[in-house]
Design a protein around this ligand. Structure first.
Ligand SMILES: [Zn+2]
Length: 346
C-alpha cells in the first residue's frame, strides 16, 4: 500500500485510523484531563512516538499528528500561546517520522475550537485564523490529508473544510453526535454530512462521543444520504439508547466519583472489549463504510481487533490470543488433562 494516497486506498478497501491520543496518553500520565492540551509532544516526544508506533503495529493505516486541541484557544486557557507553533510543528514531525518509517499515511488534524459563535464576527475571525495557521503547518509537513474532527457546529466544520480544501489536501470531516443526535444548528447528522459532501469533503461521518452501539444506526443513515466515503470512529464504550454518549454514562455501582459521573477518567467499567470492536468494524464495513477507527479510549488491542476483523494481519497479530495453549483452558494435547478438568473450578 506504500505510496498510495488516502483516496486510492479507500477505493480499494478499508482504511484504519487510530485516534484517541488524548485519552491514552492521559492514562499513561502524559496529558492532564480537564485542559487536555497535548503539551506532551514537546515535553515527552518519545511517549507520543511510541503510541504512534503501537497503533501502526496494531494495524492503523494512518499516523494522525497529535495536534488535537493544540490550537490557539486551548493554549490560551493554559497561558502558553507561545508554544503554539513549536507544538504543532513538533507533533507533525513526530507523526511524519513514524509514517515514513512504516509506509503509513500522515494525517494532519484540526478540531473544534470551543469558541465558534455564528453570530459573532470576532469569533469567526478567530476560528478562521486558528484553522489557517494549523492547516499551514500541516501543509509544510507535507501531510497526505487533513482530518477535521469532533465538530458540534456544522458552520465550524464547514469553515474548517473550506480552509482544508483551499490547501489542496483531501479532507476527512467527522462530526461529534451528542445526545439529541443533531448538530448545534439543529440539523440531523446525515443532513449535516450531506452539506459537508456538497462543500467538497472527501470523507464525511462521525467520530468520538458515541460508542459503537449508538453510533452505527446514525452511520447507516449517513451512508444512505451521501455518495462520498463515510467515516465511523466511535469511542470504545458501551453507550445505550438512554445514555447514548460517553459523557452521559452513569455508574450506579460506584459512589466515589469526584464529579459524580464517569466521564472522562472513570469510564473503565464501560470499556468495550476487542470482540465488540471487531463486531462494529464488520458491521460498518458491511455497509460500505470504509474509513474506520476508534476514538477516545482506544487501545492498541482495539485497533488490532478492528484490523483483524477486516481481514488484516498487522505485526501485532504475532501475539493475538491462542487460548488452545492456555495451561488450564487450552485444548492442545500438551496441556495436562488434570488441568483441563480443574479449569471449570478456576
Ligand atoms: Zn474522541
Amino acid at each position: 500500500m506504500a505510496g498510495k494516497g488516502l483516496l486510492e486506498r479507500l477505493a480499494e478497501g478499508p482504511v484504519i485510523c487510530a485516534e484517541g491520543y488524548l485519552f491514552e496518553l492521559e492514562r499513561r500520565g502524559y496529558v492532564q484531563a480537564g485542559p487536555y492540551v497535548p503539551e506532551v509532544v514537546l515535553e515527552a516526544p518519545e511517549a507520543v512516538r511510541q503510541l504512534h508506533h503501537e497503533f501502526v503495529r496494531a494495524g492503523s493505516d494512518v499516523v494522525e499528528a497529535f495536534t488535537y486541541y493544540g490550537h490557539r484557544e486551548k493554549l490560551k486557557v493554559i497561558g502558553k500561546e507561545d508554544i503554539l507553533e513549536p507544538l504543532n510543528r513538533q507533533a507533525l514531525q513526530i507523526a511524519k517520522d513514524v509514517a515514513d518509517e512504516s509506509g503509513s499515511l500522515l494525517g494532519g488534524d484540526l478540531s473544534n475550537t470551543n469558541t465558534y459563535d455564528p453570530d459573532d464576527p470576532q469569533s469567526l475571525r478567530f476560528v478562521r485564523q486558528a484553522f489557517e495557521e494549523q492547516v499551514g503547518w500541516a501543509v509544510d509537513a507535507d501531510v497526505d490529508f487533513i482530518v477535521g474532527e469532533t465538530f458540534s457546529w456544522l458552520g465550524e466544520a464547514s469553515l474548517a473544510l473550506e480552509i482544508i480544501k483551499s490547501s489542496g489536501k483531501p479532507a476527512v470531516m467527522t462530526l461529534a453526535m451528542h445526545q439529541a443526535g443533531i448538530v448545534r444548528e439543529g440539523l440531523p447528522m446525515h443532513e449535516a454530512c450531506r452539506h459537508l459532501e456538497d462543500a467538497g469533503a472527501d470523507v464525511v461521518g462521525l467520530n468520538c462521543s458515541r460508542g459503537p452501539a449508538t453510533m452505527l444506526p446514525a452511520i447507516e443513515r449517513i451512508r444512505q444520504s451521501v455518495s462520498c466515503h463515510v467515516a465511523a470512529l466511535p469511542v470504545p464504550y458501551r453507550t445505550t439508547p438512554d445514555q447514548p454518549t460517553f459523557q452521559s454514562l452513569k455508574d450506579p455501582a460506584c459512589q466515589c466519583l469526584p464529579e459524580g459521573r464517569p466521564f472522562p477518567v472513570a469510564l473503565d467499567p464501560f470499556t468495550c472489549n476487542r470482540y465488540e470492536m471487531a463486531e462494529f468494524a464488520r458491521a460498518a464495513y458491511a455497509m460500505d463504510v470504509r474509513y474506520l477507527g476508534v476514538c477516545c479510549g482506544a487501545g492498541p488491542h482495539h485497533i488490532r481487533a478492528l484490523a483483524e476483523a477486516l481481514g488484516r494481519r498487522p505485526p501485532a497479530s504475532r501475539y493475538s490470543p491462542d487460548m488452545a495453549r492456555h495451561s488450564y483452558f487450552g485444548t492442545d494435547p500438551k496441556i495436562t488433562a488434570g488441568n483441563r478438568e480443574y479449569a471449570a473450578r478456576l
